[in-house]
Write a protein that binds this ligand. Structure first.
Ligand code: ZN
Length: 246
């Protein structure tokens, strides 16, 4: 049963729509790694979809701040402004659903879901040293995470930490073949605001028990997502960055 794994959607409906079209026929169920909202112009449409379709969702830092579970004082001014706008838009039903999301890591059948590091939901898992520590604490061999918006992650074999490469700019996908005895921390990448210099929307596919995972990228209607951000009065930087994937 293949899972479609989505992270950091950030209220980008155009990116979500393109991912769903690209993934059609490749999955049975949906898992979500958090940051459903924040930055983008469609917080309710994207939350509605995730509420209806995701079998499990762990909360992201933007989900928490958007519904007041955490203060926004440590956000930069652009993120603060986007958060206040998102708060003003969310329906009571969507806000209540976001507020009730569980903290990661969320164990499933032989793998787990996290927003940031499995040792701290708000920590970025970017450095090999941090991946090594996180892998020592993981009770399962496969963890999917997000938060940094950098697709890829880490393969840990003994004391060696190898970085998993995302698809190259002209590639639609990269298959990660699992090695016996290794542990995997896989960053599904960001659907709605990629920051790895590839503006294409990112996602992952995984079937529990199979020794591989797939990272995919798909182009989407960036211009429409940008126009909506500008029309909503959100900081223009949030529109500009989508074109560059940064
Ligand atoms: Zn995020």
């Amino acid at each position: 049963m293949p899972y479609l794994i989505l992270s950091d959607l950030h209220a980008n409906l155009e990116a979500l729509t393109a991912v769903l079209a690209d993934a059609a026929g490749r999955y049975d169920e949906v898992l979500c790694l958090g940051d459903v909202v924040g930055y983008g112009a469609d917080p309710n449409a994207v939350t509605d979809w995730v509420r209806q379709h995701a079998r499990q969702t762990v909360r992201g830092n933007h989900d928490k701040v958007a519904v007041g579970l955490e203060t926004l004082e440590w956000f930069n001014p652009v993120a603060q402004s986007a958060t206040l706008w998102t708060r003003s838009q969310l329906t009571p039903e969507n806000a209540a659903w976001l507020a009730g999301l569980p903290r990661g890591p969320l164990p499933l059948n032989g793998f787990q879901l996290a927003h940031g590091s499995p040792v701290d939901e708000d920590a970025y898992l970017v450095e090999p040293e941090d991946a090594y520590v996180a892998c020592q604490c993981a009770a399962v061999p496969v963890t999917f995470f997000g938060h940094s918006h950098l697709q890829g992650g880490f393969e840990i074999r003994g004391r060696r930490v190898l970085e998993i490469q995302r698809p190259l700019p002209r590639q639609a996908e990269r298959v990660i073949e699992f090695q016996p005895g290794a542990t995997y921390l896989i960053n599904a990448g960001s659907v709605g605001q990629p920051r790895d210099r590839d503006p294409r929307a990112a996602y992952a596919l995984y079937t529990p028990g199979e020794p591989r995972a797939v990272l995919r990228r798909v182009t989407y209607d960036v211009a429409t997502a940008q126009a909506k951000i500008r029309r909503a009065g959100l900081p223009t930087l949030l529109a500009d960055r989508l074109a560059e994937g940064r």
